[in-house]
Write a protein of this length. Structure first.
Length: 456
């Protein structure tokens, strides 16, 4: 049975040999050791595939944003144990989501389950050492900065069959709010399906939760935390992607107009995708547009588009010139004056998945590189080095610097402008601790470290 275990991202690359003594292959950019995984726990887990063969996967590891703590699950004799730094918390499980830290790093949310008879599961959502909620199934949780609110999707009555396949029950959005020493849960109405790959959004200073769901053919964005559900947005067209941003959320949706005729020259299989932001259609001069990304202040939205067999990026109502290489992600600077995107020279585009990143792998083969360009200047775009895969992509708070994670045959790297750190076996989320310095967690064997990289 393939366990329904959600893994920390980015995934571990083929692990290089870790050198205990300093040498030319020693990763660069290392700062300090946070914890060493106890010897009797493993950070990988084996499972049996339906074919009868055996596979393995890495267990989730999450570093706190301030680099003082690390939360993960260790495997011992078939059981998962929640561990904070080097100390087990006392929580055991068969299945688990990746731990989640609050933005200030002071609180950690664990969500894991024990398997029961008849294909049932018993999930526990724990904040630090306090039980916040129980559920029959739990998606990735979101947590407010002070951990007074935790939100997640659940599926009441959830069961799995002998092949590990989940039944398709209705979804419910849960908002657990701390009242004194305990948490009280508020549940949404039931929805036939929901976007459970990502955690819900917390709005109104963390007091309520919002997330997209489908009510028959209608997409709705539901908010819970009050006395009843509130519909923030609804659409009756076929929606393939939804993005929420901000405390009073701006809402971007990508819709598929299956009756539209694509212009002459458009490759076969390209969908007529339309991008709407707050109910307004963007990129009207493009054949298709999607994969939206809001700037940090929420004033701008970037997106990817195509025109015939060319690919480009845009900001608000402005389209930058197209190019030959497929593009799979774009990120705007905080002020919207720059764009960075991931291009794939030599890659084969899976057109049915393009502009819908949740659909799976979009580009097969080729390489990946990051391209930067100003949005209102005529200067040529600047392309970075080629890698096998690009992961995170983030601008500094002032927009002057760009950092990203990248993988090649040696492992994972962190790139900050022209500077580079790595290779590493595993990387955590990138955090800007100054306008010109990014910090992140790394794993080398059993060592869980906190590293940093500064711009030149």
């Amino acid at each position: 049975m393939l366990p329904a275990l959600l893994l920390a991202l980015p995934a571990v690359s083929p692990s290089p040999v870790h050198q205990e003594a300093p040498g030319p292959d020693e990763p660069t950019g290392g700062d300090r050791l946070i914890a060493t995984v106890p010897d009797d726990y493993a950070l990988t887990r084996s499972y049996q595939l339906p074919s009868g063969s055996t596979g393995s996967s890495s267990l989730p590891v999450t570093w706190s944003p301030d680099g003082t703590r690390v939360a993960y699950y260790g495997e011992r004799e078939g059981e998962l144990y929640a561990i904070l730094n080097e100390e087990p918390t006392g929580e055991q499980a068969d299945l688990a989501n990746a731990p989640v830290f609050s933005a200030d790093g002071e609180h950690v949310v664990w969500s894991h389950a024990k398997s029961k008879r008849g294909g049932k599961e018993e999930w526990r959502i724990v904040v630090d050492d306090r039980l916040a909620a129980k559920a029959d199934w739990a998606g990735l949780p979101a947590v407010s900065e002070d951990a007074s609110t935790v939100a997640f999707w659940t599926r009441p009555g959830h069961e799995v069959d002998q092949q590990g396949i989940s039944d398709m029950r209705d979804m419910v959005l849960v908002c657990a709010q701390r009242k004194g020493e305990r948490y009280k849960t508020v549940e949404s109405d039931e929805y036939p399906s929901a976007a459970v790959i990502e955690a819900p959004s917390l709005i109104e200073r963390g007091r309520r939760a919002a997330a997209p769901a489908f009510d028959g053919v209608r997409l709705v964005v539901a908010a819970v935390g009050g006395k009843r559900d509130e519909l923030l947005f609804e659409a009756t067209t076929f929606v393939v992607q939804t993005l929420l941003h901000g405390d009073k959320p701006r809402i971007a949706v990508v819709t598929w107009d299956w009756e539209a005729t694509q212009p002459e020259g458009t490759p076969e299989g390209f969908r007529a995708l339309r991008l709407e932001v707050d109910g307004r259609n963007l990129a009207t001069n493009a054949d298709a547009a999607g994969s939206p990304a809001f700037s940090a202040d929420g004033k701008h939205v970037a997106f990817i588009y195509n025109r015939a067999d060319k690919f480009g990026v845009g900001l608000d109502s402005t389209l930058l010139p197209t190019g030959e290489h497929p593009i799979t992600r774009v990120e705007p600077s905080p002020d919207g004056k720059q764009l960075a995107w991931i291009a794939h020279p030599g890659g084969s585009l899976q057109v049915a998945s393009w502009l819908t990143p949740q659909a799976g792998q979009v580009v097969m083969g080729g390489k990946a590189l990051v391209v930067r360009a100003a949005t209102k200047k005529s200067a040529d775009p600047e392309a970075g080095p080629e890698f096998d895969h690009i992961g995170q992509l983030t601008y500094s708070p002032n927009g002057a610097h760009l950092a990203y994670t990248a993988r090649d045959g040696e492992g994972w790297h962190v790139v900050l402008d022209e500077e580079r750190a790595g290779p590493f076996e595993q990387l955590g989320e990138l955090h800007w601790t100054a306008e010109d310095r990014v910090e992140f967690g790394t794993r080398a064997g059993r060592e869980l470290r906190w590293c940093g990289l500064a711009a030149n």
